[in-house]
Design a protein around this ligand. Structure first.
Ligand code: ADP
Length: 364
């Protein structure tokens, strides 16, 4: 190993991953200054010893000049070494950090600060890398959201536009006119549901929705939700199997109603004509468990990981009504209520959504 390589190894041990990786910059600098000062003292001592041997220090004036020259040379060397050391220890990593922050400020979230150092600056760099990654994810989510919203708006708008153009034809027979008007109506309804859902979700995500607790009977609450959806389950001739013992719950009835409407709505929507939907309520010592089970198309394991994402729809053909925001809202509400939701399903074998609501002392 050459002298240079040995020196580099020593520097690496001092600054990087080597034997002192956990020493603070302060300690490393102290160690460095101490080492350099000792070496300089040794050099000065050698110079003086050499001068003495050569007889340069025979007069007092000569001795003073040589000592002064040794001190000046030593001081200059010390400053040079200190500058190099501080530059390597602090300035270079700081410059990397500043360059990265500048790039992030310009919207580049792919930038990462290289660091294998575990000192304060290394920790700072690692934290900044994490922050940049989160910002990048947020930026991607925002872009995806805008793309999804535009996509979801486009289809009903195109259908309204097309039908409106067709309705201008005076030769249309009444049945055709009615059909186009119905299409305009359903597309406008879809747009209205979409914008309401986006607003609701945004309020939920911004923390603008506060849980207004009230105590009510969960069994009654679930029956009310089924009543709201009566048209849907009757149209599909769904058989309802209800096991709803009396359970008192304290929480936000408005938010929880949205959970039931979404879960029950989906169970009905994804059930075959004449299918069966089970709604089961159980009271445990510290929780109430509601299970909504259907015998519909089911959800694969891969899809189960995605269904709570905004705009996710397993079937993108829009054969079933919806915009992929329902379960995202459910998830948000469930976390606001400090509850839990779980899905158990297999493709073709229906799905069960299990909601566990904590029961507080107030519930009695
Ligand atoms: P959507 O408006 O499409 O119903 P959701 O967020 O409520 O949006 O659901 C997201 C997706 O999850 C649905 O498009 C569907 O693919 C799947 N999903 C939800 N509930 C069920 C269910 N009970 N059976 C089968 N698939 C379901």
């Amino acid at each position: 190993m050459s002298g240079l390589e040995r020196g580099q190894k020593f520097m690496k041990a001092l600054y990087g991953k080597g034997v002192f990786p956990k020493l603070t910059i302060y300690l490393r600098t102290l160690l460095l200054v101490f080492g350099i000062s000792c070496s300089l003292l040794l050099i000065m001592f050698c110079i003086l010893f050499f001068a003495e041997a050569k007889g340069w220090l025979d007069s007092q004036e000569n001795a003073r000049t040589v000592t002064l020259a040794a001190i000046v040379a030593g001081g200059m060397l010390l400053s040079l070494l200190m500058t190099v050391a501080i530059n390597r220890l602090v300035m270079v990593p700081m410059r990397h950090i500043l360059d990265a922050i500048k790039l992030v400020g310009q919207g580049n979230f792919d930038v990462r600060i290289e660091t294998d150092d575990r000192s304060e600056l290394g920790v700072l760099s690692a934290s900044l890398n994490q922050m940049i990654e989160s910002l990048g994810n947020l930026d991607k989510m925002r872009n995806d959201f805008v793309a999804n919203v535009s996509h979801e708006f486009k289809t009903p708008l195109a259908s309204i536009q097309g039908c409106a153009a067709l309705l201008q034809d005076e030769n249309l027979i009444p049945e055709e006119r009615r059909q186009y008007a119905r299409l305009v109506h359903s597309s406008a309804k879809r747009l209205s549901t979409l914008s309401t859902n986006i607003l609701e979700l945004s309020k939920l995500e911004n923390g603008a929705v506060k849980v207004q607790p009230s105590c009510f009977m969960l069994d009654e609450h679930l029956r009310q939700a089924l009543l709201v959806l009566q048209d849907e389950w009757q149209k599909k001739d769904i058989e309802l199997n209800l096991e709803l013992p009396e359970v008192k719950y304290c929480g936000s009835d408005e938010l929880l109603m949205q959970v039931w409407l979404n879960l029950l709505g989906n169970a009905i929507k994804f059930s075959p004509q004449g299918g069966r939907v089970d709604v089961l309520l159980e009271k445990l010592p510290s929780a109430a468990v509601v299970t909504v089970t259907d015998q519909g198309v089911g959800i694969s394991e891969a899809e189960q990981r995605l269904i709570f994402e905004k705009f996710y729809q397993a079937d993108t053909s829009h054969k079933t009504e919806g915009n992929g925001l329902g379960l995202a809202m459910v998830k948000r509400i469930i976390s606001l209520l400090r509850a839990d939701i779980e899905v158990v399903s297999r493709p073709g074998e229906g799905a069960s959504f299990i909601v566990t609501l904590p029961l507080t002392d107030q519930t009695g």
